[in-house]
Design a protein around this ligand. Structure first.
Ligand code: NAP
Length: 319
């Protein structure tokens, strides 16, 4: 039973593990694979989303080893099966609070408590919101942050996509499978997305672009019926009728739980080249610790590196 403020006083004894991994995206599950193959029987807490953001991507075309691409959910499933085959345990549970001031580290979850000799933080990132009127109220009623999840509901409908990065174009292109038209609204007149996606989007007859423009309101009562647009050059406002509003304007790392306990930079957990955080025995990998690359292959590599370091740390501890 823990006596620390913020910790549950549940009578259940904490479950101890040598390696506890928070997050079951590419980083967490790769860490699990490596820790499992070091015979450390790691436990992975999935958080709310097994497979991480990658699992929400319809097709991943740039993960090596899959020349024809691979489904995001399928890749997550393969990662999990491979880690479990070597002895990792994946629990559908979310960490609520952590105490990294003593070792073993202490983690309180939705369903119980854990103590861990090493911790690998792979909690990923969540999509940013526009923070405009109507957005929260109409989420799930026309407003969405995932084309792969919700595209089906927009068969033969009009949709608006906000953003000019890889996510906006990738998801916009995916949405053309269902939607009658996809209008990409971008705040500048130049796209941030990579060349291949730009070319595909510009050549897609169902996609058109509205430049130098932002969405200032999601409009509708029971469901979305329009968005209010504002041209940033002329200041002109207009109402644009649409059935869907898909928002892809970047992500924020899920690291709030570690504030004040791990050194951070702009919300990202600071790691050195060996995935070590400011607390010995705690490692971070994937988008929670990666402001630069945000690629599935990089997250997987960071996860593997974190687990190798955790293994070395445990060996030194017991030497
Ligand atoms: P991103 O690259 O940060 O792009 C976000 C886009 O949203 C930018 O175009 C940005 O405009 C715009 N934006 C940001 N805040 C906004 C606001 N408040 N209102 C309106 N527009 C706003 O994010 P992402 O597309 O999610 O990509 C994240 C990372 O994942 C990137 O490193 C990307 O390469 C990677 N990724 C890769 C793939 C792939 O390789 N196939 C797929 C998806 C994501 P500005 O351009 O003006 O800043």
């Amino acid at each position: 039973m823990f006596n620390l403020s913020g910790f549950s006083t549940s009578k259940a004894e904490p479950r101890h593990t040598r390696v506890l991994i928070l997050g079951a995206g590419p980083a967490g599950l790769s860490a699990a694979l490596y820790a499992a193959r070091a015979d450390l029987q790691p436990i992975v807490l999935t958080g709310t989303q097994i497979g991480g953001q990658a699992a929400l991507t319809h097709t991943i075309e740039n993960y090596p080893g899959f020349p024809e691409g691979v489904g995001g959910a399928e890749l997550g499933d393969l990662f999990q099966k491979q880690a479990e085959r070597f002895g990792a345990t994946v629990e559908f549970d979310s960490a609520q609070s952590v105490d990294l001031s003593v070792r073993p580290f202490r983690v309180v979850t939705d369903n119980g408590q854990y103590t861990a000799d090493t911790l690998i933080v792979a909690t990923g990132a969540s999509p940013n919101h526009l923070e405009v009127p109507g957005e929260a109220e109409l989420t799930g009623r026309g407003v969405s942050y995932c084309g792969t999840c919700d595209g089906w509901f927009f068969k033969d409908k009009k949709v608006v996509v906000v953003g000019g990065g890889d996510s906006a174009l990738e998801e916009g292109i995916f949405l053309t499978r269902f939607a009658a038209s996809v209008t990409v609204v971008h705040r500048r007149d130049a796209l941030r997305a990579g060349a291949i996606l730009q070319k595909r989007a510009r050549e897609n007859p169902k996609i058109d672009f509205v430049w130098n423009t932002v969405v200032t309101e999601a409009v509708g009562d029971e469901k979305l019926t329009a968005v209010r647009l504002k041209n940033l050059q002329s200041g002109e406002e207009s109402l644009f009728s649409t059935d869907g509003l898909f928002i892809f304007i970047g992500h924020t790392p899920n690291t709030q739980m570690f504030a004040g306990q791990l050194k951070m930079n702009g919300g990202y957990i600071e790691v050195d080249e060996r995935m070590r955080t400011s607390v010995p025995g705690v490692y971070a990998a994937g988008e929670a610790a990666d402001p630069h690359f945000k690629q599935v292959v990089v997250s997987a590599g960071m996860g593997a590196a974190a687990a190798i370091e955790a293994t070395r740390f445990l060996q030194e501890m017991s030497a």
